[in-house]
Design a protein around this ligand. Structure first.
Ligand code: ME8
Length: 685
């Protein structure tokens, strides 16, 4: 019996003691705009974890998808002049859409759920009814503070400085008939779950949840809306649609066939409860408080774990679609390969905390780790095997004193890697692998194969040295494959490693590669990047993308973010404060509308001629949906008077300012008008 057979047997025995399935999920993303690097980060992490578990022999279910209902999408579709379904279809299935992005990034999901899938819609109606029949959902009137961009109601006690605790924006008073979920009923068991188990990780997030939400007291949760229609209708009261979180959270079970026939119920029996939900820190509250409470109400088992990962920030601040400074994963993956981007994302940023994205970090990481350390080790090893032995290592091999340290480090790698992966510490797992790669490069310098090649007496030693290098590369390749699947296949091809030597069992100890391995020198898998040149090129490309985004947005469209980017974009804690002098630079004035008309080229824009006290100017404003020209003529309203003029509609108009408006509770916008007692041209401070 070989070492490998023994290890395989042991692995099988270990697994028999527990369930051999692993169910992992990403959040289902809002298809309100193209996904960005933040979404890619979470999905790549989930993919690496899923591939790692498959490598270990688990029967894995990896679910991702899109959360397609809600007012935001209804509004965006209307703005784009299409139906909500057409709008989401385009973002999910269209060119460079969500599915294209996951294909490019080599995401090995097993299922993709869209909350507009009919099986999901029908199941959500049944779930809603079940909770209603149980008395856990009841009808009431909602009076509360509402944050329009986040589509969230808040209680007074949850507000931070009177603003939304998630995004820091002002909230408005709102009232409507609504159904409620008795969240308060489950406060004690949820608290127990958070405090006394490892349900939620990292642990610091538990403290946040207890302190911010449990201790102030859990209030019942509004779970239906009447102010928009793009949602799952409550079938026994159709003027209501199910409000986002019931619809969104139960995706994790409907995609397994729970209460529907699209998938066999056996999948639900087999895979539920989930082993882990990966979610960004801003939706930890929904996954660690509301989700378990709803499952308790449904008498369903709870997921084993929720992991709240950190955010990717851009240059220390927020990444924002409306600013046009989100990082486009398409651009980077196409330029440097999906594998390089995947590796960078999981190597540079600790998964549990925030990290600062920059092009410089990306390029340095590719050059240092992939081109220098891994790429060089592979090309030196295969080139020497080729040069000295025509590729196939002779069986006569001699060990030497330099071997001990490398063999010990590489031989123990799987255990250290596994310990890190089980804690979702991708950065540590990768650092372990690259520690071994660095040690192997040092081993080449210590053993000096080019000297050994000079005498027939030292050829057995040379053969052993190259064997040790090839075996180290094989071990590292197997463990890197969840992170860089395509590149590792290329590494295996150069090392002549067949699939039986790519298994988890085969990397338990050093030495499974046959002594007379045949290596082939192949292409350079990770070419070195000219950093200065690439940084300049990336800056130019990203600037062009930013400009294109700005050109396609109306001059003074309200800066309300798409929910798909709200997480990264509304990072209150990272928002720099401005000095009064900065505020004073913005010249706000009272202007009078002298003329106003609809534009035939755009449904969204109104063309206004306003008098600012000194002169007339043209402003194009994206408010046509909420104001008719005749509502505005003669009115006095606030404008930003010192914005740089902007050509719009392909240069046909130049907009010379911006109208200041507030978001309303129903997703519209409201302008504050001044009376005749405020002279035209007055500065607003
Ligand atoms: O919240 N850094 O969808 P969403 C890291 N539909 N991760 C980021 C990120 C950033 N800058 N920006 C986004 C929703 N993410 C709901 C989820 S689940 C039942 C419903 C990732 O499109 C992160 O994982 O706003 C975050 O939680 C998720 O995208 C939010 O995506």
């Amino acid at each position: 019996m070989t070492i490998m057979d023994t290890m395989e047997k042991k692995d099988k025995k270990d697994k028999k003691d527990s369930k051999n399935t692993f169910y992992i999920t990403t959040p289902i993303y809002y298809p309100s705009a193209k996904l960005h690097i933040g979404h890619t980060y979470c999905t790549v992490a989930t993919d690496a974890m899923a591939r790692y578990k498959r490598l270990q022999g688990y029967d894995v279910m990896f679910l991702t998808g899109t959360d397609e209902h809600g007012q935001k999408i209804e509004t965006k579709a209307a703005e784009a002049g299409v139906t909500p379904q057409q709008f989401v279809d385009n973002i999910v299935e269209g060119k460079q859409g969500v599915k294209d992005l996951w294909k490019l990034m080599n995401i090995s999901y097993d299922r993709f759920i869209r909350t507009t899938d009919t099986y999901h819609v029908a199941a959500i109606q049944k779930i809603f009814k079940k909770m209603y029949d149980k008395g856990d959902i009841y009808k009431g009137t909602y009076k509360g503070k509402y944050c329009t961009p986040c589509e969230s109601f808040w209680t007074e006690s949850q507000l931070v400085n009177g603003c939304c605790p998630d995004c820091g924006r002002p909230v408005v008073d709102a009232e409507e008939e609504a159904y409620f979920f008795r969240l308060s009923k489950y406060a004690a068991p949820v608290r127990d779950l958070l405090e006394n188990t490892d349900f939620l990780l990292p642990r610091s997030r538990v403290n946040e949840m207890i302190h911010n939400f449990i201790e102030p007291g859990l209030e019942d949760l509004c779970v239906s809306r009447t102010s928009f229609t793009w949602g799952v209708p409550v079938d026994f009261d159709p003027k209501h649609v199910v409000y986002v979180w019931i619809d969104a959270l139960f995706n994790y079970t409907t995609a397994l066939g729970f209460l529907n026939d699209a998938y066999p119920d056996a999948d639900y029996q087999k895979f539920w409860p989930a082993d882990v939900h990966f979610v960004g820190k801003e939706i930890v509250r929904f996954h660690s408080i509301i989700w378990p409470a709803m499952l308790m109400s449904m008498d369903m088992p709870l997921p084993k774990r929720v992991f709240g990962h950190g955010w990717l920030l851009l240059d220390g601040g927020k990444m924002s679609k409306s600013k046009g400074n989100v990082v486009d994963p398409y651009l980077l993956a196409e330029r440097y390969s999906a594998d390089a981007l995947r590796y960078f994302l999981l190597r540079d940023f600790p998964f549990g905390t925030d990290g600062n994205f920059s092009n410089e970090l990306l390029i340095n990481r590719i050059n240092m780790d992939l081109a220098n350390d891994l790429g060089n080790l592979l090309s030196r090893t295969t080139a020497m095997a080729d040069k000295y032995f025509g590729g196939t290592l002779p069986a006569a091999q001699a060990t030497g004193p330099e071997d001990e340290e490398l063999l010990a480090l590489a031989g123990g790698l799987r255990g250290r890697y596994e310990a890190a992966m089980e804690k979702y510490a991708f950065q540590t797992a990768l650092a372990e692998v690259f520690g071994v790669i660095a040690r192997a490069n040092k081993y080449i310098d210590e053993t000096a194969p080019w000297v050994l090649a000079k005498s027939p007496d030292t050829l057995p030693r040379l053969s052993r040295v190259l064997y040790n290098l090839a075996e180290t590369l094989r071990l590292c390749g197997v463990l890197l494959k969840p992170f860089m699947p395509e590149s590792c296949d290329k590494i295996f091809a150069q090392l002549g490693v067949d699939p039986t030597l790519q298994t988890w069992a085969s990397v338990a100890t050093f030495g499974a590669l046959p002594a007379t391995a045949t290596l082939h020198k192949g292409e350079n898998i990770f070419p070195r990047i000219d950093a200065a040149k690439e940084l300049a090129a990336l800056d130019a490309l990203q600037e062009a993308q930013k400009q294109a985004a700005a050109d396609s947005a109306p001059a003074d469209a309200p800066a309300a973010p798409a929910p798909g980017v709200a997480t990264a974009e509304l990072i209150g804690e990272h928002e720099p404060k401005i000095a009064y002098d900065d505020f004073a630079k913005i010249e706000l004035r009272v202007a009078e509308v002298r003329a106003c008309e609809n534009l035939k080229e755009s449904k969204k824009l109104l063309h206004l001629t306003v008098f600012d006290g000194e002169r007339e100017r043209c402003i194009l404003s994206g408010i046509a949906k909420w104001y008719k020209p005749e509502d505005l003529v003669g009115k006095r309203l606030p404008i930003v008077a010192n914005l740089a003029p902007r050509p719009m509609m392909k240069g046909k108009y130049t907009s010379e300012g911006m109208i200041v408006a507030a978001d309303t509770a129903d997703g519209g916008c409201a302008i504050a008008f001044y009376g005749a007692d405020v002279p035209v041209g007055t500065r607003i401070h």
